[in-house]
Design a protein around this ligand. Structure first.
Ligand code: AP5
Ligand code: MG
Length: 191
């Protein structure tokens, strides 16, 4: 298996690059944000609970997202690998993910961290908010809350994987294709 974490703050391009990377490398895309938005669209109890937190720009509880990832991994026993997008976002999530993969005799091969300045992130998200229908993109205070959660709880996930030499920083500004080429080069070196 080849398992990749595409990492970075809100608006850094994780979703955009994931679409291209799964097409090129045949990995299964697991985005906890997308999974949560689909729970909201289906009006499940989990979705309703998550929506209140997401609308405020706060992380949903670890147990909720770990449960979703556990189920998704179990449901794709033949996957040649997973691309994790927006997960893990805390140390507890990182440890749980390592354990889930370990049970399959697998592990994370690399964490690619997209590096984008805060001004550019806010610009991209407000711009997407004009058309996305994502309620957490339209208000600048909610965007700032998301960035705050990232700095306080999530940024250290890159340090966690750096201890085993798996974290690689990639420039996240420039054209989508340029960034895709940089990410692909890092993957090719390890696959
Ligand atoms: P999630 O859905 O993961 O959102 P996010 O991390 O805030 O990130 P985004 O999806 O907004 O950005 P992205 O990095 O994917 O960038 P994109 O490619 O879209 O999470 C949402 C919420 O769910 C969280 O706040 C939390 O409440 C909850 N949640 C999710 N996972 C969780 C977890 N594990 N634990 C706890 N809670 C969790 O690009 C952004 C924009 O920029 C787009 O408009 C795009 O077109 C544009 N763009 C992309 N690349 C470029 C480029 N190179 N140049 C110019 N524009 C670009
Ligand atoms: Mg995304």
């Amino acid at each position: 298996m080849f398992n990749l974490i595409l990492f970075g703050p809100p608006g850094s391009g994780k979703g955009t690059q994931s679409e291209k990377l799964i097409a090129k490398y045949g990995l299964k895309h697991l985005s906890t944000g997308d999974l949560l938005r689909s729970e909201i669209a289906n009006q499940t109890a989990l979705g309703l609970e998550a929506k209140t937190l997401m609308d405020k720009g706060q992380l949903v509880p670890d147990a909720v997202v770990i449960g979703m990832i556990d189920a998704a991994i179990t449901n794709h026993p033949k996957a040649r690998g997973f691309l994790f997008d927006g997960f893990p976002r805390t140390k507890a999530q990182s440890e749980a993910l390592d354990e889930l993969l370990n049970k399959k005799g697998a592990s994370i091969n690399v964490l690619l961290a997209l590096n984008v300045t805060e001004d550019e992130l806010i610009k991209r998200l407000l711009n997407r908010g004009l058309t996305s229908g994502r309620s957490d993109d339209t208000k600048e205070d909610v965007i700032r809350a998301r960035l705050g959660e990232y700095h306080n709880k999530t940024a250290s996930v890159a340090d966690y994987y750096n201890k085993s030499g798996k974290t690689v920083l990639v420039k996240g500004e420039g054209s989508v294709d340029e960034i895709f080429d940089s990410l692909s080069a890092e993957i090719d070196r390890r696959m």
